[in-house]
Design a protein around this ligand. Structure first.
Ligand code: NAD
Ligand code: DAU
Length: 376
């Protein structure tokens, strides 16, 4: 894979005997997939997972991972003493920061938690990592990879793509807090020479996604024949990427990315929300033996729109393709079907994450106050 401009691996430490990577937020959706998949495809790596286990974190996702190459530590990225101790003890070659509050709708209801985690705790993590890096004599092969989102760029019209130089223009408290964290990471790189990289990725889907997000929420509601709440007219567009493709892109950036650089990651699979919901209805009707007279599409309800709802996201992933040789492997239709099958096969996992707290959120977000939208 890779074209003529593909760069050679520039981080030889990751080729060492058994490099240790600290992953933060590894008990969430993408972090879980990253740890499971990377331990599989990088047999030399050892991973330490630092996660506070908020409502979105589930240590059981990784309960079956062999302890020889995996360690779980429960803790907050904002706890500088804990992080300094972990860095001193583990001497990692890299820190990959997934830890965040990640759901836009929750950020609208309670924005301060997003500022606390995504801005303040991230700044504390950066302080701890930079101090440790200075004390160790600024090892040239250390990397800090900050996992961010395309939502920092705001909303696109019908044409155009987000590139690495698109101006930040976030719309929600979530995306504003992620934008702030990206700026802090770049400031640490420019001011202190701290070897940090930033990635901005589009919407992920796949196994272990918490069922507050569009795709797993719709899958479970279809199975249970509940209403399918589509915000506004349903024509908002997201650029979908299978989570394993994202994980492979992050490994590529760790191994070949240049500190100080930003890489956009996207699937090139733009879909309107309503089309995704239709596809999920059809996939599940086929699997559950529901004929046309019982089509799950009849469960769709257009509900009031998300305030500040970005209309369209679309990533130009040309830089990471040209410079690092990464491109997505999975086609949307096949990976969406595999995702549906994963949720059907993992009923106990679904039951375990839909706690009382989860049900409170569903009532709050979709209850009486979210009236049906006036859509023609
Ligand atoms: P998630 O909500 O599923 O998981 C977040 C994890 O972080 C949880 O395990 C949680 O317990 C942990 N966490 C939260 N606060 C913490 C703290 N203070 N200290 C330690 N751990 C903490 O999120 P996700 O969807 O897996 O996203 C992971 C990262 O990727 C986020 O930074 C998000 O902004 C970014 N991202 C997500 C997507 C997507 O489509 N899901 C796309 C692009 C970027
Ligand atoms: O673009 C990357 C981002 O993708 C990540 O940074 C976020 O962490 C991740 O949550 C995701 O954000 P979105 O807001 O795009 O994802 P969500 O699944 O919440 O919504 C996808 C689209 O579906 C969005 O246009 C809103 C719509 N939607 C969502 C829900 C939960 C509905 O129509 N109904 C719903 O019930």
């Amino acid at each position: 894979m890779g074209g003529m401009m593909e760069k050679k691996a520039i981080n030889p430490l990751l080729e060492q005997q058994m490099p240790t990577i600290i992953v933060t937020g590894g008990a969430g959706f993408i972090g879980t997939n990253f740890i499971r998949h990377l331990l599989d495809i990088r047999p030399g790596w050892r991973i330490v997972n630092l996660d506070a286990l908020t409502y979105a974190g589930n240590a059981a996702n990784l309960a079956d991972v062999a302890p020889a190459r995996y360690r779980f530590v429960r803790g907050d990225i904002g706890d500088e003493t804990l992080v300094r101790g972990l860095l001193a003890e583990e001497r990692p070659q890299a820190v990959v920061n997934f830890a965040a509050e990640s759901h836009v709708d929750r950020s609208i209801v309670g924005p301060l938690a997003f500022v606390e985690t995504n801005v303040l705790a991230t700044a504390r993590l950066l302080l701890a990592c930079r101090n440790d890096w200075e004390e160790k004599g600024r090892p040239a092969d250390f990397r800090f990879l900050h996992v961010s989102t395309d939502e920092v760029f705001g909303s696109l019209g019908p044409e155009g793509y987000f590139t690495e130089t698109t101006a930040y223009d976030p719309s929600s408290p979530y995306s504003a807090s992620k934008a702030a964290s990206d700026h802090l990471v770049r400031a640490w790189q420019r001011t202190y020479g701290f070897p940090a990289l930033v990635t901005n990725c589009s919407n992920n889907y796949g196994p272990y996604q918490f069922p507050e997000k569009l795709i797993p929420l719709m899958i479970l509601n279809i199975v249970e024949e509940k209403e399918l709440p589509v915000y506004g007219d349903g024509r908002n567009v997201r650029d979908w990427l299978y989570v394993i493709d994202h994980c492979e892109a992050l490994a590529t950036v760790l191994e070949k990315g240049v500190p100080g650089e930003t890489y956009n990651i996207g699937g090139g699979a733009e879909r309107a929300n309503i089309d995704v919901v239709h596809q999920l209805c059809d996939l599940l009707d086929e699997r559950l033996g529901r004929g046309p007279d019982r089509s799950s599409r009849s469960l769709i309800r257009h509900v009031s729109d998300r305030p500040g709802h970005d209309r369209r996201y679309a990533i130009d992933a040309g830089k990471i393709q040209r410079e690092l040789g990464w491109r997505p492997r999975f086609a949307f239709e096949q990976a969406l079907a595999a995702t549906v099958d994963w949720y059907l096969a993992h009923g106990p996992w679904v039951d375990s994450v839909r706690s009382g707290e989860y049900r409170k959120w569903i009532d709050l977000n979709y209850g009486a106050t979210r009236a049906r939208a006036d859509i023609n």
